[in-house]
Design a protein around this ligand. Structure first.
Ligand SMILES: *Cc1c(COP(=O)(O)O)cnc(C)c1O
Length: 410
């Protein structure tokens, strides 16, 4: 097993499979707790819930003093349902308000808004004088583990380009400015980070407004591959801490440091458990087909992401023989392949020889796994299981066909 988790061991996984059948997601709350503790030097941790938005995960975050970010009306609803106080604990981050109904909800619940466009200032200000806001700045350059996750520069739609333009509205509508936010993209490179911090300092010096917080955004990476290094949290903190101190000296009041990770907190806590249902040779290539598809886990297809794969033999024997195999799912799509690389869609893994009925486990799928899954090919959503205090419990039921069809029964 890849995860350094006492809970995600074969014996335990088999017990869970026996009770709930495959396919399913499993999360180990001990790992989430450990990652929260790794970030304790930050004044405030805010979970970017889009990475894993199950309300039981949100409740766990809340119990551990982690605040929450919401990027949609649905995510606001989830956070409230999980017990978060809208006024104190939730920040809504977006580049637009999708509807006037959403603005009214945000105003009536007094939810702080992390503003990503000048239009938002005008739309919010008209309805709510003195509303609490953050400004999300586009630093005019970006970085991401993939072009699709780059969140800065001209090639990104995120954040405000010219912060000076916000001043007019801040005065007009008496907004209370909480802080300045920069989320640069997923996967942090420390050379790039120094540029980001420099930009943060420059921006705040030129802007000359009182603030209480700066936010580092998220983007902290995790070791998806076995030989990858762990993210250096201390290094990350120290660079930001220096930045905070410079800004604090300039502004003349203490500045608090907020961090806003998604992936870092939950990715390694989760696995996706599937079962081998078909093994076939196509010419020289071997395909092992399992009972999950990219409607469950889309990262390999969307970003050519790597997920470590391990296996559990059905009859618990140890398989000695290693074999190259492509791992695919049941979708009626040629691209429904989990073992893709950046260069090749049909690539393989070297795995112990698999037989029908064996289990295939996709590791580090706690972030952008279940939260990105869909009903494509009319496949119902699969269950989520949480391990907490040495016990496991179901935190999302398997969707039934009836539930899947319900909305269309007009
Ligand atoms: C997605 C997102 C994050 C989290 O990104 P990770 O790479 O999962 O850490 C943080 N902040 C904002 C505004 C985001 O949209």
């Amino acid at each position: 097993m890849k995860n350094n988790s006492k809970n995600l061991n074969k014996k335990y996984i088999l017990q869970i499979i026996e009770k709930y059948q495959t396919p399913l997601w499993i999360y180990d709350s001990n790992i989430i707790k450990d990652r929260i503790l790794q970030l304790k030097k930050f004044d405030s941790i805010r979970f970017a819930q889009k990475a894993c938005s199950n309300i039981h995960i949100l409740k766990f975050m809340k119990e551990n003093n982690v605040k929450v970010d919401a990027v949609s009306e649905g995510e606001i609803e989830r956070a409230i349902y999980a017990g978060y106080n809208p006024e104190k604990d939730i920040v809504f981050t977006s580049d637009l308000f999708e509807s006037n109904k959403l603005i009214k909800k945000i105003v009536s619940l007094n939810i702080t808004v992390n503003i990503g466009s000048i239009n938002m200032l005008e739309q919010l200000g008209k309805l709510s004088l003195g509303h609490k806001i953050w400004l999300r700045i586009n630093p005019k350059f970006g970085y991401g583990h993939n072009e699709k996750t780059n969140t800065g520069g001209e090639n990104s739609k995120h954040g405000i380009w010219n912060i000076q333009k916000s001043l007019y509205y801040i005065k007009k509508y008496k907004f209370k400015l909480v802080g300045i936010h920069m989320h640069i993209g997923s996967g942090i490179n420390f050379n790039n980070l120094k540029k980001v911090c420099k930009k943060m300092i420059e921006t705040i010096f030129n802007f000359k407004q009182k603030i209480k917080f700066i936010s580092t955004g998220g983007g902290l990476s995790i070791p998806y591959k076995l030989n990858e290094k762990k993210f250096n949290v201390d290094n990350f903190f120290n660079i930001w801490d220096k930045t905070r101190k410079k800004i604090s000296q300039y502004i003349g009041n203490p500045i608090k440091l907020e961090i806003e990770p998604g992936r870092f907190l939950v990715a390694e806590s989760g696995i996706l458990v599937s079962k081998v249902r078909s093994i076939k040779k196509m010419g020289k290539k071997k395909y092992t087909l399992v009972n999950v598809g990219f409607n469950e886990l889309i990262r390999p297809v969307l970003y050519s992401s790597y997920h470590h794969i391990s296996i559990i033999k059905r009859n618990k024997e140890k398989s000695k023989k290693m074999e190259k195999t492509i791992i695919g799912g049941p979708l009626c799509e040629s691209g429904d392949i989990f073992t893709q690389t950046k260069k090749k869609m049909i690539s393989h893994r070297l795995l112990p020889k698999l037989d029908i009925g064996d289990y295939v486990i996709f590791h580090d799928t706690g972030a952008y796994g279940a939260s990105m899954s869909s009903n494509y090919n009319s496949r119902p959503l699969i269950p989520e299981i949480l391990i907490e205090n040495k016990k496991f419990r179901i935190i999302r039921k398997r969707q039934t066909f009836k539930e899947m069809l319900m909305l269309e029964k007009i």
